[in-house]
Write a new protein. Structure first.
Length: 278
């Protein structure tokens, strides 16, 4: 079973046990499962799946404790509570598959501590809860620059996003066959579609050109987003704090995205309607 399958199974377990805690009114336990979900999200979206796999491969099979020394030294109070819950659940669990999934979550906590990523995880949680943009790993002006960067990496991230201009791209990397791809990711379009469905607030400022907008944003950083107009057209300005950069996302881009979705659905319906050859 691949590391991706193991992590996906562990995520399903988190969901099931979190919902069970919520249904019984156990808010404290539900919050601990959410804490574990954030560890999972952080590891996956920052492209560390293979790094985590290598960490697992380096563990001593004869270890006598599930809790690492690094975790005992570095873990915060909530992580310690989550670890105690996992160990308690592991002791109560009879199914081998569930035990394997719980062990993955235990080692996910150990992994964050062993790689000293508590502060990075805390920033990730803060950005996620404040409605900040999805984290990106790098910025590029052109697709060619982005491809060159990805191809020269000795160990590319297992997943993640980069910006090419004002557009999100997803990284796809398979270590087993060394496949590396960048795929257009319509992440902002989902946000813009939801935003457009409501009455638009007045823009924070209006400009004639993109250059004027970026210059103004340098002194008025969006936190994390702001609505502006450029030549009469609405844009969402998004501030990527880690890189101290802004991207601009036009509400008019929704038309192109909707047309693309409609074309894909039409193509799918056409393929399903075609009679199969005997």
């Amino acid at each position: 079973m691949s590391i991706f399958d193991l992590l996906n199974e562990a995520l399903l377990l988190i969901g099931n046990l979190q919902r069970a805690a919520e249904s019984t009114g156990n808010g404290e336990e539900a919050a601990l499962w959410q804490h574990l979900r954030e560890h999972w999200n952080f590891t996956v979206t920052t492209g560390q799946v293979y790094v985590f796999e290598d960490y697992l491969a380096g563990l001593d099979p004869a270890r006598t404790s599930y809790v690492s020394t690094a975790f005992k030294v570095r873990a915060d109070a909530m992580s310690q509570q989550a670890m105690a819950m996992l160990l308690r659940t592991l002791d109560e669990m009879a199914e081998p598959e569930r035990k394997r999934q719980l062990l993955i979550l235990i080692d996910l906590l150990n992994f964050i501590a062993a790689t000293d990523q508590q502060e990075a995880l805390a920033r990730y949680r803060e950005d996620s809860r404040s409605g900040g943009p999805l984290p990106v790993l790098a910025f590029f002006d052109t697709r060619e620059e982005a491809n060159a960067w990805l191809n020269r990496l000795a160990a590319p991230p297992s997943y993640g996003h980069v910006m090419i201009g004002d557009e999100y791209y997803s990284i796809w990397y398979s270590r087993e066959d060394n496949v590396r791809e960048l795929l257009r990711a319509y992440l902002m379009e989902y946000f813009l579609e939801d935003f457009e469905s409501k009455p638009l607030p007045p823009p924070a400022a209006s400009f004639n050109t993109r250059e004027e907008t970026i210059q103004w944003l340098a002194n008025h950083p969006a936190s994390p987003t702001a609505l502006v107009t450029i030549a009469g057209e609405y844009y969402h300005a998004v501030y990527h704090k880690k890189f101290n950069r802004h991207t601009l996302h036009s509400l008019s881009s929704l038309r192109e995205w909707r047309e693309k979705r409609k074309a894909e659905l039409d193509q799918q319906e056409h393929a399903e309607a075609e009679p199969s050859e005997e």
